[in-house]
Ligand binder design. Structure first.
Ligand code: EPU
Length: 293
């Protein structure tokens, strides 16, 4: 029986995940499904529960390393127009899970609202950003969140207000759910100031990170002692290469896919980095990227 036949969204088989990750690495997804709306998503969850099919949730694919073998089960991508809506009442923005951070920053800016510019240049979606409480320095997206709409794995929708949502460093309790959308509170700011702040963040990123090369952003979380990038740099690892993967020459917490990297090359390089940093600084680095294998 084709359990997926009643779904109205797009269903693909053996979809190469390297096409859906900024690392440009990853084997096929057994099923790759883009539900059309909430009802379609509910039906999908009902099927995966009934047939005990593993479920993987994909956002912009900018923070994952997928195994070269790919994954068994369903990769879910909420990128249909239904999940990409933005509306606002003054400074309160209601945003769908698949809205790109850059899109929201621009749209809010046009309306004269500000507060998310620190996330400029991060190639993520609202859903992914909330799940892992994306941030820069001491500013995190969680600080702007007034509430979220989520679905549990039984298909039940729940509205969570600010007090129910727990954000921590690169973590949140929203990770237990499928995030459908969020309410964010921004602040009024004049256009000139908005543009100046935005430019400052974009310039900093342009000057310190590899833009245009295949990578997944920072590979390790920053430990409390020092930024991971500085520790890896001090170990002299910039440019270190294993197979098709190398440590960025600009930012040591980035690993770049030179074109033909395999997931295993990245994993071996991560292992080597961890050992060197541990050996020299007695610091345990923890991955920031999610590893699907
Ligand atoms: N540094 C080095 N050598 C390097 C890289 C960094 O000495 O090779 C030093 C820098 O000079 C700076 C310090 O380490 O003094 C911190 O570096 P940076 O300002 O680049 O920030 P980060 O802590 O490495 C964080 C986020 C990035 C975000 C930047 C933007 C984490 C783990 N990373 O990086 O987020 O783009 O700030 O300022 O919090 C991501 O999450 O994927 C990501 C890229």
């Amino acid at each position: 029986m084709n359990w997926w036949q009643d779904l109205r969204g797009r269903v693909r088989f053996k979809e190469p995940l390297k096409e859906h990750t900024t690392f440009r690495i990853g084997g096929p997804a057994q099923f790759f499904i883009e539900p059309k709306d909430i009802a379609d998503l509910k039906l999908l969850l009902c099927c995966v529960r009934k047939y005990r099919i593993p479920l993987w949730i994909l956002g912009a694919g900018s923070n994952i390393l997928v195994s070269d073998k790919g994954v068994e089960g369903v990769v879910l991508k909420l990128n249909s127009p239904f999940f990409r809506k933005i509306s606002n009442k003054r400074n309160h923005f209601k945003v769908g899970a698949f809205v790109a951070l850059s899109k929201l920053i621009q749209e809010a800016g046009k309306l004269g609202y500000s507060g998310m510019e620190f996330l400029a240049g991060i190639p993520g979606t609202i859903g992914g950003a909330l799940a892992m409480n994306v941030g820069v320095g001491d500013k995190n997206i969680g600080d702007l969140v007034k509430g979220a709409r989520v679905m549990d794995y039984r298909g039940k929708i729940k509205s969570m207000d600010k007090d129910e949502i727990k954000f921590a460093y690169r973590r949140s309790n929203l990770e237990k759910f499928i995030i459908l959308g969020a309410d964010l509170e921004l602040v009024k700011k004049n256009r000139g100031e908005f543009r100046r702040i935005l430019k400052r963040y974009l310039d900093y990123r342009r000057n310190t990170q590899d833009k245009g090369l295949s990578n997944a952003g920072c590979v390790f979380k920053n430990p409390p002692q020092e930024p991971a990038g500085r520790l890896i740099d001090l170990c002299g690892l910039k440019g270190k290469r294993i197979g098709g993967a190398y440590v960025s020459k600009r930012h040591a917490n980035f690993i770049v896919n030179a074109g033909d990297a395999r997931a295993n090359d990245v994993l071996k390089l991560m292992d080597l980095i961890k050992k060197r940093v541990k050996g020299r600084f007695r610091v345990n680095l923890e991955p920031e990227i999610k590893i699907w294998q």
